[in-house]
Write a protein that binds this ligand. Structure first.
Ligand code: SAH
Length: 262
């Protein structure tokens, strides 16, 4: 039987019981049809990943009885994805794919040409959690409420390097911009910014250029949709700067069965 991975907020340690949420119990019992005693894996973004056993506590409640630690919490690249929100299906797609691609935070940004004003942060966070469970991450990206571009720039952390995806040809190709970075640059906090379907206003691009470590980069000769650009840039960043540069760690055998079984 495949092993279900669940994100929990609680601290994790051997021998404790973690109460499971109603939705989690419903998912395990009625969707995945897990019996009492079924094996689980828990992670919380802080304490690594732990074996656990599904245990009913009455009709609707259940807990996870925590056993041994299977994976220690490992450092992950710190790369924010800042993006002008797009329509519902596409923004859900961005949340899921950016989580699989290792984004550390998802920051919707309201720009002059942004067509979508409201963002359901709770739904995006639920998408990110589900994607993190499936992709076997040990963390869930932070999903933040939308912020105006001006406020984002005003509060930009000094040490965070910014890649602006600029389709107007304002910068070198991304591979050129990210080639030959020194160790310090690779280890720094980063962010990728993607504009709305209407693109950035000129005044926005010049305001962005005031950020200390900022680079405008190109993603090829075609105009990409915002969701395509966000994920393409993130993939390039992981391949050239992030953790795709390390050999893929061999996940334990039962992950292979769980993947195959799903
Ligand atoms: N302004 C464009 C549409 C913008 S596409 C037009 O006039 O049709 C949405 C966003 O995706 C852009 O703001 C940019 O951040 C990114 N993007 C799209 N294609 C890109 C490319 N070839 N290079 C870099 N960024 C790109």
């Amino acid at each position: 039987m495949s092993v279900s991975r669940l994100f929990v907020e609680a601290d994790l340690a051997a021998g404790i019981e973690v109460p499971l949420g109603e939705a989690q119990v419903h998912y395990l019992r009625h969707v995945m049809r897990r019996p009492d005693g079924a094996a689980l894996r828990l992670f919380n973004g802080r304490d690594g990943e732990w074996q656990a056993t599904f245990a009913g506590r009455g009709k609707k409640a259940a807990v996870a009885e925590v056993g041994a630690c299977t994976r220690v919490q490992a450092p992950e690249p710190d790369v924010w994805l800042c993006f002008a929100p797009v329509k519902r299906a596409r923004i859900d797609y961005i949340a899921e794919k950016a989580t699989e691609l290792g984004a550390s935070a998802l920051q919707p940004v309201l720009t002059r040409h942004t067509a979508v004003e409201r963002v359901n942060v709770d739904r995006l966070r639920a998408n990110a959690i589900e994607a993190a469970e499936q992709t076997e991450r040990l963390s869930v990206p932070e999903v933040r409420p939308p912020i105006d571009l001006a406020r984002l720039i005003a509060g930009w952390p000094d040490d965070r390097r910014l890649l602006i995806c600029d389709e107007s040809g304002g910068g070198p190709p991304i591979a050129e911009a990210l080639a030959g970075l020194d160790v310090a640059a690779r280890a720094a906090p980063w962010a990728i910014l993607v504009g709305p379907e209407g693109g950035f206003a000129e005044a926005e691009l010049s305001a962005l250029r005031r950020i200390r470590d900022v680079m405008a980069i190109g993603l090829g000769p075609r105009i990409l949709r915002a969701d395509t650009a966000a994920l393409a840039a993130l993939a390039c960043w992981q391949a050239l700067v992030g953790d795709w540069r390390q050999p893929t760690p061999r996940l334990s055998a039962d992950y292979r069965t769980s993947k195959a079984a799903v």
